[in-house]
Design a protein around this ligand. Structure first.
Ligand SMILES: *[C@@H]1O[C@H](CO)[C@@H](O)[C@H](O)[C@H]1NC(C)=O
Ligand SMILES: *[C@@H]1O[C@H](CO)[C@@H](O)[C@H](O)[C@H]1NC(C)=O
Ligand SMILES: *[C@@H]1O[C@H](CO)[C@@H](O)[C@H](O)[C@H]1NC(C)=O
Ligand SMILES: *[C@@H]1O[C@H](CO)[C@@H](O)[C@H](O)[C@H]1NC(C)=O
Ligand SMILES: *[C@@H]1O[C@H](CO)[C@@H](O)[C@H](O)[C@H]1NC(C)=O
Ligand SMILES: *[C@@H]1O[C@H](CO)[C@@H](O)[C@H](O)[C@H]1NC(C)=O
Ligand SMILES: *[C@@H]1O[C@H](CO)[C@@H](O)[C@H](O)[C@H]1NC(C)=O
Ligand SMILES: *[C@@H]1O[C@H](CO)[C@@H](O)[C@H](O)[C@H]1NC(C)=O
Ligand SMILES: *[C@@H]1O[C@H](CO)[C@@H](O)[C@H](O)[C@H]1NC(C)=O
Ligand SMILES: *[C@@H]1O[C@H](CO)[C@@H](O)[C@H](O)[C@H]1NC(C)=O
Ligand SMILES: *[C@@H]1O[C@H](CO)[C@@H](O)[C@H](O)[C@H]1NC(C)=O
Ligand SMILES: *[C@@H]1O[C@H](CO)[C@@H](O)[C@H](O)[C@H]1NC(C)=O
Length: 774
């Protein structure tokens, strides 16, 4: 590899290479094998696909079987043919490929219990009003929602809450009252009710007709390697599947029918799969990708949607559904506006954005801030935490939450139940749902998925990544005010935009007010910087940790969120002028990259079976690892110690940084490349689209024990698509395209064996991977 001579990239390039390696490998996992293994010629693969009609999610409803050595024929097609595949982008008005696969994901009930089984109506939570503003709605926790969800007629709790009613709420509840007159309500009764009174989900947002889509955005020219170039070009083409707009003609007006969707005025980019609406923190990485893909109008649309949401609700909700209105997600909107302006120079957005960015940060200050006195300095700080006011199961995770709470032993009383529901919703607000990071008492018993969930302590944790993001938001917002003043007051204008009259009429109203805003945001930022260094930075372990207000001490859990302060230039004094000390900070990351081939970061090293723990590695954290290295590149543009090697030995990781000794670390089992069984969902969407079988999928997360498989764990089937993964791939390709060297991967063979059926009737298949013949 060539070593970058420009400062930022000096240390970051190998993290980028590592990130790109795992995303590339993983993207191939379900359909293609080692497309980049050179010079071996094997038989043409045979592919058959069958459709299972009774699955819960259309996006994962096909099963496919790859027969025979399913590999090397793809070698010859790179990169020209791959690039050619992007022509399926809807440059015409016909968009059948995309919509048939992704949009109309209407499920039919697939109950796991016999239709004559009586539904256990369970313990009802207290009446909730939030998601319907005082009026009951079918997607808000209550008698109706609980009965439908506990009947288990859909494999995914999210399916029902995304279904609009067929008639008015009055008629729907009237029918429900009739139903509840029955003494024993059966699963079959619920199926009949839901099919009679609800419409299909996922029809309210439809693939947008994308205008001005370029198949060859400029960043592709900067990707030297042809395989990576072809790969990035394919991923670039995926936007056409994920950009959606509200289909105003089917949107419920709340009178004739009612729906959980929040109608948005502009197009959005959905993550994919069950995530069929806009999501808050996903959108930052999606934005980074859109900008590389030169889809500037869609980036602008995304910003305007979020501005509409802040206008309407005072904050950015978790996602584009009314049942998300009691919680937010990691606050990345300021970063999105900044990224957009950096890429386009269009400062006009600031005119609307500035007051709304201010409002969002104020929401975090008012609703999510607590006061903590440091045990280290006795100073008192205002810091943020995730804390959702909620006393019922999350509508979209109803069954899971209900079981978590009602299955606890000894049984919980009402106060305790409501508190655990608040914890579950707060975990979802963090984006990290769920992780041992939030657990009062970490359980490694993977056969009891509930053990950690019942010990959630999210609200008591001061998350280092959340606070670093808010710090960055205040710094950047102050800068954006300056940019706006300069561009609108005829100052050193770099932007295009407004005039003084316009600015005077705006809500900021005067430069004097703006100057004081700038000072106020810088003041808050400076206090947050001090708080993070005091509460979260551990000078001995050389890493940033959460602060746990229950223990009144830093949490010992090493996690990927520790990269956020580095990403945002929060620099501990110990490393500011000491390159060796700075190197210590990164020893953990270097060790991880060297030990768990395929990723430069890991959610945590806790092997709990939860979604945000080992072995899952998430694309946003590949991004933040790269950005952390870029920060150190800025600090030591002429460093010498840091240059040395890419990976490191455990003995060089500062004592205690991981909170685990070497023998306690989970391992990446080398034999996995030849292990004999691997079960995965073989969903070859590509086939349904008439695309070649070898076009794989991009997953939402990846597994470090098995770098070319999707990550596992969590409450739902691993999702393909996938917005933030695509965003990180495109951003990394654009920024580091000159330095990326493709990895050599072992040959992977997938054969049919023991096709099995999951509880939700989705056909699974067994496959195995074999090492290349010697
Ligand atoms: C449900 O139906 C099955 C088969 O029709 C029958 O064997 C079973 O006894 C029924 N159960 C109840 C609770 O009625
Ligand atoms: C909402 O549901 C509760 C309990 O099911 C009921 O008492 C209340 O009257 C309902 N409110 C409306 C507006 O339907
Ligand atoms: C509510 O629905 C019932 C049954 O369809 C009907 O009799 C009643 O008039 C409706 N009430 C209103 C206010 O629409
Ligand atoms: C309702 O179910 C219970 C127990 O499952 C049974 O004892 C009872 O007879 C049922 N009642 C009716 C009306 O079916
Ligand atoms: C596409 O390009 C045309 C001409 O430059 C422009 O008017 C239009 O706004 C663009 N549309 C989008 C969605 O970018
Ligand atoms: C945020 O705080 C304000 C003021 O206390 C309150 O009105 C609002 O409901 C809160 N919002 C949420 C989502 O908690
Ligand atoms: C710049 O942003 C404004 C405000 O969002 C928007 O109306 C305009 O179309 C953007 N300009 C370009 C060239 O995209
Ligand atoms: C904090 O205050 C307590 C009580 O006033 C004192 O005992 C302790 O030494 C102080 N700690 C530090 C770090 O200043
Ligand atoms: C939490 O929600 C309840 C209503 O569900 C409300 O009375 C209370 O004020 C809310 N608390 C906060 C802090 O927003
Ligand atoms: C619920 O249990 C907690 C202990 O976990 C106790 O402090 C509280 O008083 C109990 N509440 C009720 C209503 O019993
Ligand atoms: C300002 O806008 C004009 C026309 O809309 C465009 O030609 C020019 O390049 C823009 N300038 C900047 C700095 O974006
Ligand atoms: C400045 O903005 C105001 C308000 O939008 C507008 O009426 C006026 O024409 C603009 N002036 C110039 C020179 O663009």
């Amino acid at each position: 590899m060539r070593l970058d001579t420009t400062t930022n990239k000096r240390y970051a390039f190998w993290a980028a290479a590592s990130a790109s390696l795992f995303t590339l490998a993983s993207a191939q996992s379900s359909a293609t094998a080692s497309i980049i293994t050179p010079s071996r010629s094997l038989a043409t693969p045979t592919v058959t696909a069958s459709r299972s009609s009774s699955t819960a999610q259309a996006a994962s409803s096909s099963s496919a079987v790859l027969l025979g050595p399913a590999v090397e024929t793809t070698l010859t097609i790179y990169p020209s043919q791959l690039t050619a595949q992007t022509t399926y982008a809807p440059t015409t008005t016909s968009n059948t490929g995309a919509s048939s696969v992704v949009a109309a994901s209407t499920s039919i009930p697939s109950p796991t219990a016999a239709l004559n089984t009586t539904v256990d109506e369970g313990i009802l939570p207290r009446q909730q009003y939030l998601c319907a503003q005082g009026q009951n709605a079918t997607y808000c926790p209550g008698e109706l929602l609980q009965l439908v969800q506990l009947s288990g007629i859909y494999a995914d709790s999210k399916t029902f809450v995304d279904k609009p009613t067929r008639y008015s709420l009055n008629e729907t509840y009237f029918a429900f009252e009739q139903l509840t007159q029955k003494q024993n309500i059966t699963v079959g009764d619920v199926v009949t009710f839901v099919e009679g009174y609800f419409q299909g989900e996922g029809l309210e947002l439809v693939p947008a007709q994308i205008e001005n889509f370029t198949t060859s955005p400029a960043f592709l020219d900067d990707v030297d390697d042809v395989v990576y170039q072809g790969f990035a070009s394919v991923v670039h083409g995926y936007w056409t599947l994920l950009i959606r707009e509200t289909n105003q003609s089917v949107i419920c007006d709340g009178v004739k029918c009612d729906s959980s969707v929040i109608p948005l005025n502009n197009s959005v980019v959905v993550p994919g799969g069950r995530y069929r609406e806009v999501y808050y923190w996903d959108s930052f990485w999606i934005m980074e990708g859109l900008l590389k893909s030169e889809l500037y109008n869609y980036a602008n649309d995304l910003l305007n949607n979020f501005m509409d949401l802040i206008d309407g609700y005072g904050f950015v909700p978790n996602g584009g559904r009314k049942y998300y209105l009691n919680r937010s997600q990691p606050p990345v909107f300021t970063l999105m506006v900044n990224a957009y302006i950096l890429a386009t120079g269009n400062t006009t957005v600031l005119e609307r954005a500035l007051p709304l960015l201010d409002a969002e940060l104020e929401w975090w200050r008012v609703n999510r801030t607590i006061s903590v006195t440091s045990p280290y300095t006795n100073k008192t700080h205002s810091v943020a935490h995730y804390a959702v006011n909620n006393t019922a199961p999350r509508p979209e995770g109803y069954v899971e939450d209900y079981k978590t709470v009602s299955g606890a032993q000894p049984a919980l009383n009402t106060t305790e139940r409501e508190s655990l529901y608040a914890e579950l919703a707060s975990g979802a607000e963090s984006g990290w749902d769920y992780s041992g990071r939030w657990s009062k008492q970490i359980s490694y018993n993977k056969s009891d998925a509930y053990a950690n969930l019942r010990k959630l302590n999210v609200r008591a944790i001061v998350p280092v990544d959340l606070n670093a993001l808010l710090y960055a938001d205040h710094v950047i917002l102050a800068n954006l005010y300056e940019v706006y003043m300069n561009s609108s007051m005829g100052g050193s204008s770099s932007g295009n935009s407004t005039n003084t009259t316009m600015m005077m009429n705006s809500t900021m109203s005067s430069s004097h007010n703006m100057t004081s805003k700038i000072a106020a945001h810088r003041m808050i930022a400076s206090e947050m910087n001090a708080a993070i260094l005091d509460l979260c930075w551990d000078p001995v372990k050389s890493w940033f940790y959460d602060f746990n207000t229950t223990a009144h001490a830093r949490s010992p859990v090493y996690h990927a969120g520790g990269t956020f302060p580095l990403w945002h230039n929060i620099t501990p004094p110990e490393i500011a002028h000491n390159e060796t000390a700075a190197l210590n900070v990164f020893q953990g990351l270097r060790f991880i990259a060297g030990t768990y081939a395929g990723a430069p970061n890991i959610a945590t090293l806790l092997d709990t079976g939860l979604n945000w723990d080992f072995p899952n590695s998430w694309p946003p954290h590949a991004y933040t690892a790269i950005k952390a290295f870029e920060a150190i590149g800025r600090l030591y543009p002429n460093g010498t110690v840091l240059d040395q090697v890419v990976t490191t030995d455990f003995s060089l990781v500062p004592v205690g940084q991981f909170g685990l000794n070497q023998t306690q670390l989970p391992v990446q089992n080398a034999s996995l490349v030849s292990r004999n069984t691997k079960t995965f969902r073989a969903d070859l969407t590509a086939i349904q689209m008439g695309k070649p079988w070898w076009q794989g999928h991009v997953f939402e997360k990846f597994s470090l024990v098995d770098p070319d498989a999707a990550g596992g764990g969590g409450e739902y089937t691993v999702v393909i698509g996938f917005g933030w993964s695509n965003g990180v791939i495109l951003h990394t390709a654009g920024e580091y395209g000159q330095y990326l060297v493709p990895p050599s991967c072992p040959l992977i063979q997938v054969v049919e064996a023991n096709a099995t059926t999951m509880g939700d009737s989705t056909t699974m298949m067994q496959g195995f991977r074999i090492p290349p013949a010697k």
